[in-house]
Design a protein around this ligand. Structure first.
Ligand code: NDP
Length: 350
């Protein structure tokens, strides 16, 4: 079956449908065998495509549109939602919005959802509002739980590597968070390999093995692969989830002929216009042509390529519309054609 066969999501474009009480599609697990992968050697299955709430879910977003995206995801079996304390704008807004959706739409589906949040980036003023101290992590998670309206999250990440705080302090806080029942599993985001190796040993020795590593791996950024992170995760039994798998939208058909006015790049936030050099446009067009030869879109080619890499559990996509999510979901339908050669972009852009 294809995502087009799944009844329900298409109806959600219409605002009047979003206003109706949500009844989840009874077909949401029909493609279970193709949709889920085991996360490392844990007991947890994650969807091959997970949904991130970094952008498009702030206080300035249309609640109906956000709801339509989340409902579409769940209706297609996407059970993993990825958040962080600071997602918005303003920081905290995405957790508040998801908290509202959990109450209004997913109230009866809490145990079908795997909800992650993170702490470590700037969240509140003063010396405890950021980084990796025990003080920051404990306080931040309590705030996140309050905004989400949950007693626990399924997964709690340290969001970034803190070069100053002793690693043992950060890691012990993660252990204690699990022991306090505020998170079921812990994860590591954006740590260099050496620190990840240390974290893995420390956490395992404490009986709280890390579930997953979150890092950026896509056709335009293979640094974590070059460093050896996916190989390490595969060897040690950690899952790996790739954030910004579409390079914030660059690996879509949107930038083949310039910068669309409604794009993330045009909004001049996290995706700078100077990245879009003639060399990059040429490379994207080359990839797009290869995708077409294989009956793929640039989106599905890019996501399937990541899912074909050793050690990868899931691609963590963003979506501004339900249509975008629907296109991204094509990547779970079949694997990348065997023997397909994808050229590597020779310049570092992130
Ligand atoms: P993507 O690379 O998937 O980019 C998403 C953007 O690409 C969309 O907002 C949209 O932008 C565009 N897009 C998506 N699908 C399509 C489509 N089918 N056709 C055309 N354009 C499309 O991911 P994000 O950068 O949003 O990151 C995803 C998640 O990863 C985050 O929400 C977060 O959960 C996580 N993350 C974690 C980080 C960490 O430090 N651990 C850092 C960054 C992200 P447009 O508005 O231009 O249409």
């Amino acid at each position: 079956m294809t995502t087009a066969d799944i009844k329900g999501p298409q109806l959600l474009y219409d605002k009047k449908d979003v206003m109706k009480e949500y009844v989840a599609s009874d077909k949401r697990y029909d493609n279970a065998y193709t949709l889920y992968r085991r996360c490392g050697n844990s007991g947890v299955l994650l969807p091959k495509l997970s949904l991130g709430f970094w952008q498009n879910f702030g206080a300035d977003a249309s609640y109906d549109n956000c709801r339509a995206i989340a409902r579409q995801a769940f209706d297609c079996g996407v059970t993993h939602f990825d958040l962080a304390n600071n997602y918005g704008p303003p920081p905290g807004a995405a957790e508040e919005l998801v908290g509202r959706m959990l109450k209004e739409d997913f109230r009866t589906h809490r145990d079908e959802l795997f909800i992650a949040t993170k702490a470590g980036y700037d969240m509140w003023q003063g010396p405890y509002g950021s980084w990796g101290s025990r003080k920051h992590l404990m306080a931040s998670l309590d705030q996140s739980l309050y905004r989400l309206g949950l007693d626990y999250v399924d997964l709690f990440y340290i969001h970034r590597y803190d070069p100053v705080t002793p690693l043992d302090e950060t890691l012990q806080a993660l252990v204690d968070i699990v022991r306090a029942g505020k998170a079921l599993y812990v994860g590591i985001s954006r740590w260099p390999l050496k620190a990840l190796e240390y974290a893995n040993s420390f956490l395992r020795a404490q009986g709280v093995p890390p579930l997953i590593f979150q890092g950026r791996l896509n056709l335009l950024d293979r640094a974590v692969q070059d460093e050896g992170v996916p190989a390490f995760c595969a060897k040690e039994g950690l899952g790996l989830i790739s954030f910004s798998p579409l390079a914030q939208g660059l690996l879509t058909s949107r930038y083949l002929n310039g910068i669309p006015s409604d794009s993330r790049m045009a909004r001049a936030g996290s995706l700078k216009a100077e990245l879009l050099t003639p060399e990059l446009v040429e490379y994207l067009n080359r990839l797009n042509a290869i995708a077409a030869e294989h009956g793929e879109t640039l989106v599905s080619l890019s996501l399937k390529w990541i899912l074909a890499q050793k050690g990868v559990t899931s691609v963590l996509v963003g979506a501004r519309t339900p249509e975008q999510l629907k296109e991204s979901l094509r990547c779970v339908e079949s694997p990348l054609d065997e023997g397909i050669e994808l050229p590597r972009f020779p310049y570092k852009i992130f």
